[in-house]
Design a protein around this ligand. Structure first.
Ligand code: FNR
Length: 390
């Protein structure tokens, strides 16, 4: 029951030296189906594993005797000056991971001065997220519904709530096959079985929070008024095409990034409808298993779209060194999905703040060691990798 004690929780979070340590705390504190929903990926999880291997294959080049005595980690993305070169990726069902859900994430992002993305599958409404953190840079992620009018309603609500940047996710015509979820018989909300009762005795805080908030309600998702089953079949339009993307572009006059691009061809097509930028992403390895690694796809996409199109990278980022690597390989900005959720599961808002703090410290250290005084100093000349042509 020690986890109910805020001082002990803060001490435990402070002792976590990296995201992996927070992941271990998260695993202890969260029911297995919820932890595995986050931690897992599609199929044999090859794409996710390869994503991690690609980051680990990189050499970052130190630069000595250059007199760099401070590092400025701030950078501009989608018209926003972010204090750090990364933000929080959109994730669905977040209140299943921790009762605070998106509120914990957006408050931590507001304090750190970085963007927070709310998913269409989010478990707090656009308005709740705005009210919780009015000064945060809030982005909205759209899955296009079969019912375009319902999507239009979401866009209008997002606009009214002060969202300036839209991420349109295009890599999910159908959800990927997440085998851990199949094995765990994962359902939302969790069913009361002998297994869940046993779990509750190990993780009283999670269950207490879950049952005493209105989390059960989130099966119907706060941004909608339909049931989960209705929602999923109405939401994922497997026939999503370029005309649909062009239609969204017409409806949204803010910044628009297309999320889920990995190949040169798709990059060119996505940009052809007037997108402002791309999110180079394999959805954290959760969609097409054996899809290319986002990091190694980045140089080709950059070459295709040219130097001026903003590129955001996600998939496999677990450390500050990973963020630095992505920036060197051609990204302008980075999103974190699992790293954020491990922090959230480990300690709600405090846990997310701890993740941000750990990444910031490591980015700063690496930049100082690499003689980089600003984000603009990080480029292909600062790294070596077997997959990077020089
Ligand atoms: C996601 N992701 C995601 N993306 C999206 O566009 N809409 C969504 O609703 C979700 N939901 C979601 C849930 C969970 C549990 C995870 C882990 C991820 C993908 C997410 O935005 C991002 O692309 C990946 O998480 C990036 O990879 P890493 O950082 O998790 O390795």
């Amino acid at each position: 029951f020690g986890s109910f004690n805020p001082d002990r929780r803060a001490a435990r979070l402070a002792k976590a030296a990296d995201v992996e340590a927070l992941r271990r705390i998260a695993r202890r504190r969260t029911p297995k189906p919820a932890f595995d929903y986050v931690d897992g990926a599609a199929g044999q999880e090859l794409t996710y594993r390869r994503s991690r291997e690609a980051f680990e294959s990189v050499e970052l080049l130190p630069k000595i005797l250059h007199g760099t005595d401070t590092a400025d980690l701030s950078t501009e993305i989608a018209g926003f000056r972010s204090a750090l070169p990364f933000g929080i990726a959109p994730t669905g069902f977040t209140r299943f991971m921790h009762a605070e859900g998106e509120i914990g994430g957006v408050r931590a992002a507001e304090k750190a001065g970085i963007p927070f993305s709310l998913s269409t599958m989010g478990t707090r409404s656009i308005e709740e997220v705005r009210d919780a953190a009015p000064d945060a840079e809030r982005w909205f992620q759209l899955y296009l519904w079969r019912d375009h009018a319902a999507s239009l309603d979401l866009l209008q609500r997002a606009k009214a709530a002060g969202v300036g940047t839209l991420l349109v996710t295009v890599d999910t015509p159908v959800p990927g096959q997440r085998l851990r979820d199949v094995r765990n018989g994962m359902v939302i909300p969790p069913r009361l079985t002998p297994g869940t009762v046993l779990d509750a005795s190990y993780r009283p805080e999670w269950w207490f929070n879950f049952l005493t908030t209105d989390s059960l309600k989130f099966a119907s998702l706060s941004n909608t008024s339909s049931t989960l089953a209705d929602l999923i079949s109405s939401m994922f339009d497997p026939g999503l095409d370029l005309d649909d993307l062009a239609w969204i572009r017409e409806q949204w006059d803010g910044q628009l990034f297309v999320k889920g691009v990995l190949t040169r061809d798709d990059a060119r097509r996505a940009m052809s409808v007037g997108a402002d930028g791309l999110v180079v992403s394999n959805h954290g390895g959760r969609q097409l298993d054996r899809a290319p690694v986002a990091l190694t796809s980045l140089p080709g996409v950059r070459e295709e779209v040219g130097p001026d199109v903003p590129l955001i990278l996600d998939s496999g980022v677990l450390s500050g060194a990973d963020v630095v690597t992505a920036l060197c390989a051609g990204a302008d900005f980075v999103l974190i999905g699992r790293a954020y959720l491990y922090g959230l599961m480990a300690g709600g808002e405090q846990g997310v703040s701890r993740v941000i703090e750990l990444l910031e410290a490591q980015i700063r250290t690496d930049m100082m060691l690499m003689g980089a005084g600003s984000i603009a100093d990080l480029g292909p000349e600062s790294m070596r990798a077997p997959w990077l042509e020089r």
